[in-house]
Design a binder for this molecule. Sequence first.
Ligand SMILES: [Zn+2]
Length: 295
Amino acid sequence: MEQTEGGIVITRRGWWGSALLMVFLFVGSATAIAGGKKSDVVIGDTEERDIGAKLAARIRAEKRIVADKAIVDYVSRTGQNIARLSDRPDIPYHFAVIEDKTPNAFAVPGGYIYVHTGLLKALDTQSQLAGVLAHEIGHIVARHGVKQLQEGLGVQALTTLVLGGASRESTQTVVDASVAVVMTGYNRNMESEADSYGAMYMARAGFNPEGMAQAMDKVAVLTEGGDGFWESLDKKHTPAAKRVAAVRAEIKDKGLDAGLPSDPQPYRTVKSRVPSRPPGRWSRAPASRSPRYGA
Ligand SMILES: [Zn+2]
């Protein structure tokens, strides 16, 4: 797990803005190919995990990672139960909680999944959390992150990331842009594929997949206009109501709910521990974990 000791870490976040600026260009090009065009992933499994580890290290250095064992263990246990029954159970999965009020979650290639405290606060049952995690696991199974990076940044840049050889600055630029890409979300087809896989994996793991639809409803209420959704900074995404309806239709068609429990390990036991970020409560990251680059 990418947790730190002794509380929660505050680090610099200045680089984020410039990385996001870059990502809008990349996502623009990635969105243009949405609509069914298949892209071949040439980045191998080992390379994907290597890229993921580099991005995870960057996230660990730049984000406030929640260290409360009760929260981290609950999220991780829920996620691992789903991941081991997914169609890609043979890679290690890592779950971490980021202290951030935005109701968001995202997956990094290679098996790294992050949930914001703002999303944890919005949820009420374990199956709703399972819905969020299962969707992210769906992205990892379908290798959406690495596809998006390959299309957005190019194989050359990713190869350099794996093999090295570029200057520290240009490597860091690729890492920052990559993190921004995976945080921004994916095209409509990828999102719907992740929803579909996620609902199926939830049922396999014994969580009522209705929890995924409920989590979507909750996030839609929290976000402006009801159109926002986790991962999605792009307003052109499918409206939440449509996705929720599609998930519920799939659950019904495939008979996935079958009386599965919605809250087997009561979520309230961890929800009350999720921090709301009062100022000054967090410990600061050691200097060695806060590299001096970025904007
Ligand atoms: Zn997604």
